[in-house]
Design a protein around this ligand. Sequence first.
Ligand SMILES: [Zn+2]
Length: 403
Amino acid sequence: MIDISRGDVLGSSGASDLFQILRDGRSRTRTELANLTGLARSTIALRVDALMQLGLVSPTADAPSTGGRPSSQFALATDIKVVLAVDIGASHVRIAVSDPAGRPLEEDSANIEVARGPEAVLNWVIEAGDALIKKTGRSLSDLLAIGVGLPGPVEYSTGLPINPPIMPGWDRFDVPAWLKGHFNVPILVDNDVNIMALGEREVAWPDVEHLIFVKVATGIGSGLISGGILQRGAQGIAGDIGHVQVPRGADVPCHCGNRGCLEALASGPAMARALREQGHDTASSQDVVELVKHGNLDAIQAVRQAGRDLGEVLTACVSLVNPSVIVIGGSMAQAGEHLIAGVREVVYARSMPLATAHLQITQSNVGANAAVLGAGMLAIHHALSPARVEAMVSNIDAIAAGA
Ligand SMILES: [Zn+2]
């Protein structure tokens, strides 16, 4: 497992134990660390030294101790190491250099069609990544890992996009190898909805352990966080709810080859098509959002019905995983409360009372930044996991022993 459940910080031995305690950013003295871990102060000192050598922990402002002599404190170092966060969309790429707490330090973006193929897009990422790292005053040796989100299905274990419908030339393209050839750090690749779920959770719901993030845009998908861990399932396709059949849609054809899929009825293009049939000039999702904002009744009804369709599928999800928060994001979330109202109408009416007693169904707080923030968290969760930190510490131990 790459993700770390909060609270599960004492799972391994050695310096990474200390580091997982310090990851919350709070400063602590050696004595506090000794009390928390039960380790001798001399052992703590050795491990803190190793973590400082790695640039993961740094001394912070001294606090007066009881004897009047200031005692050193230590915390997660946010001014040395960085990760690169990359959000590749259908027609845009956003990239950020973030500190180990997930805060973006420098950002850039470009309008690049993903259909231009992996080499063109990833070469832009390499060039922009180099420039941004330089801008923060860091070098490539300060880079811990890279997180990448792609707008299609990804086999998480290998980082390969698999038959992505809107990404010609990307099928099974080795994204990690291409980027690793230049950056030489771990490369984590996931689909855009999963990284949006990570970003939304990190920023808006840090204490929530059970959350479903739903993206409603050109397509419909969801990212599922259960027990504090992003659930990808056996092949990385968990949460792909767009092609579940909904009762209203028996005959509507879907681009997947089936009929009556949620995506064929409730996505932005599906709503635009339904409104065109009613005589409105709606070519895109954005046109639907605009009509709703102008109070057009047909558009409001179409969005609300899409919310109900989504609610049908989410009712099953609520029964299965009992989330405490469902967040609706993606471009159609800009249609505001009407979409959410449709979802609530069905989910609250059809779920067991205990499942909805404390269930919140709400619009994304993080909006367009969720994906790039989530890509950063994907990289950080991996780079700062107990196993990785342990490996980095043994590496310096090995170098010291060989010297
Ligand atoms: Zn379908």
